[in-house]
Design a protein around this ligand. Structure first.
Ligand code: GLN
Length: 538
């Protein structure tokens, strides 16, 4: 083990959805901006081996890493804040831990012992928790524990954290995030739930070193001192996290209260390096100074649940900011779009995104939207299923192949313009078996895509089972939809565009997985620029 690696464990209490991932990401940003090497990992207490099989209604977007792992959406925040790539090692679930332990048991590795939660599951958890730190590549490993203190299922995780903190001594600290509600009838902020949550953590043998209190309004200093006193925490280590207009302000809010300094001090780091937040500040300044707006519509079927499109939303915010615009993103329910109302629903938009997805529901609406966008020359960006829909719409309405479809939607179509990939045909297990992760893509010189990236060889991440059917390539190209991006080895079509249009482009890959605050994705930038241009012409 690399003894220099310091560990920071982040837990949450009182309620879920407090933004533990954002606080962990913000701390990582601050330490990175001081020149330290940092990674963040998420430990999730659910039994699914990974979130790949989860419906977005359950857990929001599934985020895909470069190495092709389907992970929790918090890993998206980690990458967007840190600009550092995560991998399989950064997200571990109870399911994965049990699977590993059970496989070991079947191999006979436990030599006849009774296999138990303690020590076998907790030992495995500890092994996973130390894995990235042991590479020697990081000065700090931030570990976010999913769920809420007191949940039955997170108990082994907290036991593992307790043991590690004990073993690591001064090289590990614990940050606990809680909620301070405001009771409007009493006109009071209440810290009792925080005190209870800390007590619960203490009962598990973990004394938090830092408390981050989420609240909708300012928590007076006296009240924070009281919390410190009740919870055995230094007064300055009780930090508040109030609502801010953008999540990208949270690192600055944390820095203003010296979170990074306190962490470095608690971990015994002598002569902390100075911080340089200039790039981050520039971004925020542009975001906050933008006066004009760009209006984008996102056509998808999970509109009630914006977390389902988290990375697309954030990519658009980043791109709009770099174009000095505020983003007005409108979620448009694909199931509600009809031939009669499409003009009314899309007419005000400067640009339209057709969302990724699975299954038939909402596809007809996407096709109607696409026809309208194509015929009215609105900048349009199709992502994964969105790109496949672009192909289907073009086949039906331009090539005249009336029953053209994806075999995902219509198994018996005579014109399978989107077909199951060859290597998918023998697959029956659903978990982790799609075409996943980063693949190279060669872009045609002179295409909008190549122009956007400023180069012809790019690498983007995938998550799909179906593909553009190469048998139709020539027919599409002759009719005006060009296949301008392909995989250099397999020649799978990855990008299509209609050159005569303002910006009509579809990608089989998901560029939204590779867009960060300091490194926005070129395709989103190019799309938003085209949308702004379109708005100016209206
Ligand atoms: N359902 C499509 C496929 O599997 C598209 C997937 C997606 O949009 N991520 O190919």
């Amino acid at each position: 083990m690399n003894n220099n690696t310091k560990y920071i464990f982040v837990t949450g209490g009182v309620v879920s959805s407090l933004g533990k991932g954002i606080v962990a990401s913000s701390l990582a940003r601050l330490l990175l901006s001081r020149g330290y090497r940092v990674t963040i990992q998420k430990f999730d207490p659910y039994i699914n081996v990974d979130p790949g099989t989860l419906n977005p209604y359950e857990h929001g977007e599934c985020y895909v890493t470069v190495d092709g792992k389907e992970t929790d959406l918090d890993l998206g925040h980690y990458e967007r804040f840190t600009n550092i790539r995560t991998t399989e090692a950064n997200n571990v679930t109870t399911g994965r831990v049990y699977k590993t332990v059970i496989e070991k048991e079947r191999r006979g590795d436990f030599l006849g012992k009774t296999v138990q939660i303690i020590p076998h599951i907790t030992d495995e958890l500890k092994r996973f928790m130390k894995k990235l730190g042991n590479t020697g590549d990081y000065d700090f490993v931030i570990t976010e524990i999913g769920g809420t203190v007191g949940d039955i299922e997170s108990t082994p995780f907290l036991e593992a954290v307790r043991q590690l903190r004990w073993e690591m001594g001064g090289n590990a600290i614990s940050i606990h995030l809680t909620y301070v509600p405001y009771l409007s009838a009493a006109k009071e902020l209440k810290t009792k739930p925080t005190q209870h949550s800390v007590k619960q953590l203490q009962q598990m043998g973990i004394q938090p070193d830092i408390l981050v209190l989420r609240a909708e309004r300012d928590i007076p200093a006296g009240m924070r001192r009281k919390v410190a006193q009740f919870c055995n925490v230094r007064p300055e280590a009780v930090i508040q996290s109030t609502d801010v207009p953008t999540i990208y302000r949270v690192p600055l809010m944390m820095h203003d209260q010296k979170l990074d300094e306190i962490v470095l001090d608690l971990l015994g780091v002598d002569n902390p390096r100075p911080i340089d937040l200039s790039g981050w500040n520039d971004f925020l300044q542009r975001m906050e100074n933008a006066e004009k707006t760009v209006t984008i519509g996102l056509v998808g079927k999970y509109v009630e649940l914006p977390d389902a499109y988290k990375s697309i939303h954030e990519s658009l915010i980043q791109a709009a900011t770099y174009c000095d615009r505020k983003l007005d993103l409108r979620f448009i329910h694909s199931e509600k779009i009809t031939g009669e109302n499409v003009a009314e629903k899309l007419g005000d938009l400067d640009g339209v995104i057709i969302a990724p997805g699975f299954g038939q529901r909402g596809v007809e609406g996407k096709l109607i939207a696409l026809r309208w966008c194509r015929e009215n020359d609105v900048p349009t960006f199709g992502i994964c299923l969105g790109m496949q829909c672009m192909v289907i719409e073009f086949a039906r309405n331009v090539l005249g192949l009336e029953d053209a479809d994806s075999v995902e939607m219509e198994h018996n179509t005579t014109h399978n313009v989107i077909d199951l990939m060859e290597e998918q045909k023998s697959i029956s297990n659903m978990g982790g078996t799609m075409r996943l992760g980063a693949y190279d893509c060669r872009l045609e010189e002179g295409s909008k895509a190549a122009e956007a990236y400023g180069k012809t060889l790019v690498s983007e991440r995938h998550r799909h089972r179906y593909e553009f059917n190469g048998d139709y390539r020539q027919a599409f190209e002759e009719a005006g939809m060009r296949c301008v991006g392909e995989n250099p080895e397999t020649h799978l079509v990855e990008v299509v565009e209609i050159p005569g249009k303002r910006w009509y482009l579809g990608t089989q890959f998901h560029p939204e997985y590779q867009s960060t605050v300091l490194n926005p994705n070129p395709l989103f930038l190019s799309f938003v620029r085209a949308a702004i241009h379109n708005a100016a012409k209206k």
